[in-house]
Ligand binder design. Structure first.
Ligand SMILES: Nc1ncnc2c1ncn2[C@@H]1O[C@H](COP(=O)(O)OP(=O)(O)OP(=O)(O)O)[C@@H](O)[C@H]1O
Length: 389
């Protein structure tokens, strides 16, 4: 039984039907480029897209091009700065994309550029140039392409529209002031995706690429919890690529094991492959009763086979663990302090149960998303035994 029913949905070049949470960015780019894309030549449109990895910069540009490609006279030229870094390879890739002949060497930079403009003019070509991951390019190379757009050919047509993509302002700050001035005004920012936003992106992706019934919303939520930002200012998280990658790995692992459904443990193993899991050093540093409480969470999750357990369930399991180790349980409020600390250390994730499914009122739900439970349980049990010896 296949769980991954459409592999292409998880490929890097996939452009989803809709781009939730990027409507505004798409609209801003559209406003800057649409008139040129529909009738190129009258001006030099340009934009800089900034945001941490996986915030949808590339896919938003691809979406824009999807909208216009049928009716635009322009050609889409995509340069990944990670792969094409030096001047000659970039020009070579532009020539290849535009299907124009180009000498590999023997010309100076200016001669190369003059020839490129000449070809564009002669063939009446317009180029929508995207320099992705542009922070990989030396500032003088990036400047050259930014300035190229200003070149007007003999018939007075602006042949280039340019999008520069980077992670932060450094890509612009490294440019000389006058070149920076050319790009400076047209900056579009992509903030890290929050947990809720990642959840909706994952839901779309799962619906498009996975078998019905192979995933639950809680499984997607679990992935969103470990990858989504706490707030739009939290730049340590918020990477949709990572979230989609974990979902794909978990789905694939479940499928390889001949199962019909993705389990929480599939998610934990997959995320450990791409994140770092929980290091023993962090666990060693926890107070004894915080270790016991964490052990209790691990055991409750194991027994339930669900992505989340409630605080109440964890508390019950904690009391049993205390009995087992001959320890007097700490009071309820202390357990909340432990919970917050475990969350701050990135060991657990918590969320409020809003739907009230099976649980009355607002309950705190707890999950562990980045470490398989068996390893975590045995390491904790070992540490607790050592401490009590
Ligand atoms: N709003 C969204 N809706 C659906 N899928 C999205 C959305 N944003 C990002 N993705 C998906 O997340 C992955 C990463 O997105 P993308 O490559 O556009 O990120 P990026 O910001 O360009 O990252 P980088 O800086 O690393 O190049 C892609 O698979 C993309 O399809």
């Amino acid at each position: 039984m296949a769980i991954v029913v459409d592999e292409s949905v998880f490929s890097p070049n996939y452009v989803p039907e809709r781009l939730p949470h990027r409507e505004q960015q798409l609209q801003s780019i559209d406003m800057l480029l649409s008139s040129w894309l529909q009738a190129p030549g009258h001006h030099y449109p340009r934009a800089t897209l900034l945001g941490r990895p996986g915030t949808g910069k590339t896919v938003t540009v691809r979406k824009l091009w999807e909208i216009y490609k049928e009716r635009s006279k322009a050609r889409f030229v995509y340069i990944n700065g990670f792969i094409y870094r030096n001047f000659t390879t970039i020009v070579g890739e532009i020539a290849r994309s535009l299907e124009i002949p180009f000498p590999r060497r023997g010309l100076s930079r200016d001669e190369f550029l003059a020839l490129l403009i000449e070809h564009l003019r002669e063939r009446d070509l317009y180029m929508f140039l995207v320099l992705d991951d542009a922070f990989n390019l030396a500032p003088d190379i990036l400047s050259t392409f930014i300035r190229l757009g200003q070149e007007v050919d003999k018939l007075g047509a602006f042949r280039i529209a340019l999008i520069v993509v980077g992670h932060n302002d450094t890509v612009l700050n490294n440019l000389d002031p006058s070149t920076r001035g050319i790009m400076g005004k047209y900056v579009i920012r992509f903030s890290p995706y929050t947990k809720e936003q990642i959840f909706s992106i994952l839901l779309d992706r799962a619906r498009a690429g996975l078998a019905e019934g192979s995933y639950s919303e809680d499984i997607l939520q679990m992935i969103a919890d470990i990858t989504g930002a706490q707030s739009p200012l939290d730049t340590n998280r918020g990477d949709a690529r990572l979230a989609i990658d974990i979902l794909y790995r978990a789905a694939y692992a479940a499928q390889q094991n001949g199962r019909r459904q993705i389990t929480p443990e599939d998610v934990r193993r997959s995320s450990k492959e791409v994140l770092f899991g929980i290091s023993e050093e962090v666990l060693v540093g926890l107070p004894l009763h915080e270790k016991l409480f964490l052990l209790a969470i691990v055991r409750s999750l194991k027994i339930s086979h669900m992505p989340y357990v409630t605080f109440g369930e964890a508390e019950e399991a904690y009391k049993i663990a205390c009995e087992e180790y001959g320890e007097k349980p700490r009071v309820h409020s202390q357990l909340w302090t432990y919970l917050n600390d475990l969350r701050e250390k990135g060991i657990i994730e918590t969320r409020q149960n809003k739907r009230g499914e099976g649980v009355r009122g607002r309950t705190t739900l707890i999950s562990i998303g980045t470490e398989p439970l068996d390893t975590l349980e045995s390491v904790l049990a070992k540490l607790i035994r050592e401490e009590l010896r």
